[in-house]
Design a protein. Structure first.
Length: 390
């Protein structure tokens, strides 16, 4: 049995857990416009709570103890409550959207509506349960936010001292659309609006110019690398070794159930390493480095120094992983990081603690009724699909 720090995923969408298998074989913008946005628009408070519980349960069962979660536009209270109830450590953000081609009308809010709701959520949930659950600002991406909204977000982030999470440069069509609107590259545009810096997490960052790579490095902006999602949506392959070489903080996330279709951090670590080796050589992205991206590097990048490593005085976010399996057969003289990154699976996780509370025991969730949760999830997912696809 290996005892490791809880894994940290810097980009997920628990609000999409009910949509697994309902949005396959599509590129990003079609995936959003034809499937994901209509599905999110069909959520009610109950279905979003179930989706949050399901997504967080999958993360915990796979050894992920901390998530940065971008929610949807409405009913975000449900995600915060799910995180509080199930025991995961979470930085959650209500999705902010005040424009966008193909966006359902009920996902578009005025700037004032969006910010007022965000401030209400901040007052209600930020710092809940001793700081285990935090609020964040989450403008969805440049194509769904006006420039005034992005600039307002940058100002609010400084005022409230919270992180900003958004998407950037995930897809070539997305980048071309931003260029046509703003006359700048995606990251250049975000930088111009104030949305770069050590408090900003940009998911993906695949299609970057040299200038944009310099911006990320110079500002200390955090990148969330999501390899499975980038493959499934045919988005591309992020130049992670180059970014690391420039001193850019890179972290790891599984993204969402309908674009992955798994929330397995072990799979993401394995892919983050193996995908770079054909182009960069066998020494690229060694197992220990990748493991650190999902633990101590992420904790530092997210300004969570109290987690990320097993050190006296830190929060007890701990995972026990069974290495005595047919696909493991771990030997003491072997490299533990190799076993964890190249061989381990989420199903190898036996026990999980968050802030000292056991939330998974013997591979089963202790803070959720799995059978009841799955039954509700199936019913609610079917209802959403019927509403959208009728």
């Amino acid at each position: 049995m290996a005892v490791i720090p809880g894994l940290i995923q810097s980009h997920i969408h628990a609000c999409q857990a009910l949509f697994r298998g309902l949005a396959d074989d599509l590129a990003l913008l079609d995936w959003l416009r034809n499937r994901i946005w209509p599905f999110e628009a069909a959520h009610n408070a109950e279905s979003l709570y179930t989706s949050g519980m399901l997504g967080y349960a999958e993360c915990l069962l796979g050894g992920t103890t901390t998530v940065v979660d971008m929610g949807t536009v409405h009913h975000t209270d449900s995600l915060f409550q799910a995180a509080l109830d199930i025991g995961i450590r979470a930085i959650i953000g209500k999705a902010l959207m005040d424009m966008g081609e193909g966006v359902p009308s009920n996902l578009v809010e005025s700037q004032e509506e969006a910010i007022n709701d965000w401030q209400r959520l901040h007052s209600k949930f930020h710092g809940a349960d001793g700081g285990r659950v935090l609020n964040s600002l989450a403008p969805r991406f440049a194509l769904s936010c006006t420039r005034p909204l992005l600039e307002r977000v940058a100002a609010l982030a400084q005022q409230y001292g919270v992180i900003v999470q958004t998407h950037a440069s995930e897809n070539r069509d997305e980048c071309a659309a931003v260029k046509s609107i703003a006359g700048l590259g995606n990251v250049e545009y975000l930088h111009q609006t104030g949305l770069t810096g050590k408090n900003v997490v940009l998911a993906h960052c695949i299609w970057l110019s040299e200038v944009e790579k310099d911006i990320l490095a110079q500002t200390g902006t955090v990148v969330a690398h999501c390899p499975s999602s980038n493959l499934k949506l045919a988005s591309g392959l992020a130049a992670v070794p180059e970014m690391l070489g420039r001193g850019i903080a890179v972290t790891i996330g599984a993204d969402g159930a309908p674009c992955n279709n798994s929330m397995d951090a072990f799979l993401e670590m394995r892919l983050a390493s193996l995908l770079q080796k054909p182009g960069q050589g066998a020494l690229a992205m060694p197992a220990r480095l990748v493991f650190e991206l999902a633990t101590v590097t992420a904790a530092t990048a997210l300004n969570l120094p109290e987690i990320g490593s097993l050190v006296t005085g830190k929060k007890a976010d701990v995972v026990a992983v069974d290495l005595e399996r047919c696909h493991q057969m771990y030997l003491p003289e072997a490299d533990i990081y190799s076993a964890l990154v190249y061989s381990a699976k989420s199903s190898d996780v036996r026990h999980v603690w968050v802030d000292g509370q056991m939330v998974v025991g013997d591979g089963r969730p202790l803070t959720a009724d799995a059978a009841n949760l799955l039954q509700k999830a199936k019913i609610q997912a079917a209802a959403i699909r019927q509403q959208v696809c009728r």
